[in-house]
Design a protein around this ligand. Structure first.
Ligand SMILES: NC(=O)c1ccc[n+]([C@@H]2O[C@H](COP(=O)([O-])OP(=O)(O)OC[C@H]3O[C@@H](n4cnc5c(N)ncnc54)[C@H](O)[C@@H]3O)[C@@H](O)[C@H]2O)c1
Length: 260
């Protein structure tokens, strides 16, 4: 993996950084010489990441809960004495089904984690980032944050919100030298997308193989993204090599023009 000296020693927080794409992002920063803290709701995943990457500070926090986020940033202050990079990665898949079948509770939970969680973490991070070294924020959106996604309206709405939030923060914080960008992954191979595909197959009454084929073939490159593809883009955005990249939607989806 390529190295960038500007990452060495940077203090990084990756939300939901103990599993899935967040864990791969965490690995990328550790390989780059950064000091990394992760939060997650899963105690098992936090134990696993602490065992795999002993230098990583693993903290329990649900990003949708104001008190959890407050305690998380106090722990960051105690461990790191500040922050240079926030990666707002935590996000849930939300419910699958036509809009008339969705419950208010599922809709609200999706927005609470996927966009309110990013707001709570950014609000706490910004005063610390102002004192940081070439500071930046990366917010995880999705290809569903610039395309419609039938049967996943809560998720898509939350991910479009991430793009608006990112662009607004970029305008607010650019004058202070804090860069803010968003990454829009297409379908990323891994357990989560397999669960989403299974839910979609069930909701449409279609065979699993057919829905899996639809997901794989929706990208012009004919494959899903890997977690490393996404981690590479996040890491690049936090390097000085990306010093003039600001307020951008970085799409990593092999060119996907419609989501099934
Ligand atoms: N997997 C994909 O195909 C895909 C595609 C596009 C965008 N994304 C986005 O990338 C990000 C990471 O996705 P993933 O597939 O790795 O997710 P995932 O479902 O695999 O979850 C990763 C981790 O998030 C943690 N988590 C869940 N809710 C949390 C909360 N409220 N607070 C803190 N941690 C929480 C889980 O415990 C888990 O360890 C999300 O924002 C997701 O929407 C994923």
């Amino acid at each position: 993996m390529w190295k960038d000296e500007s990452l060495v020693g940077k203090r990084v927080l990756v939300t939901a950084g103990a599993d899935g794409i967040g864990l791969e992002i965490t690995r990328g920063f550790v390989e780059g010489g950064a000091r990394v803290a992760v939060c997650d709701v899963s105690g098992t995943s936090l134990e696993r990441v602490a065992a795999e990457l002993p230098g990583v500070v693993a903290l329990r926090a649900d990003v949708s809960k104001e008190d959890d986020v407050g305690a998380l940033f106090q722990a960051i202050d105690a461990g790191f004495g500040g922050l240079d990079v926030l990666v707002n990665n935590a996000g849930v898949a939300g419910p699958t089904g036509g809009v008339e079948t969705l419950t208010l509770a599922d809709w609200e939970r999706t927005l609470a984690v996927n966009i309110t969680g990013q707001f709570l973490c950014a609000r706490a991070a910004v005063p610390r980032l102002r004192k940081g070294r070439s500071p930046s924020i990366v917010n995880l959106s999705s290809a569903a944050g610039h395309l419609g996604m039938p049967g996943r309206s809560a998720y898509s709405a939350s991910k479009w919100a991430v793009v608006g939030f990112t662009k607004s923060l970029a305008l607010e914080l650019g004058p202070d030298g804090i860069r803010v960008n968003t990454v829009l992954p297409g379908a990323v191979d891994g357990p989560r997308i397999r669960a989403v595909i299974a839910a979609k197959a069930e909701s449409l009454g279609k065979p699993l193989e057919e829905v899996t084929r639809d997901y794989t073939s929706q990208a012009a490159l004919g494959r899903m993204a890997t977690m490393r593809d996404i981690a590479n883009m996040v890491r690049f955005l936090c390097c000085d090599q990306a010093a003039n990249v600001h307020g951008q939607e970085m799409v990593v989806d092999g060119l996907t023009q419609a989501l099934s």
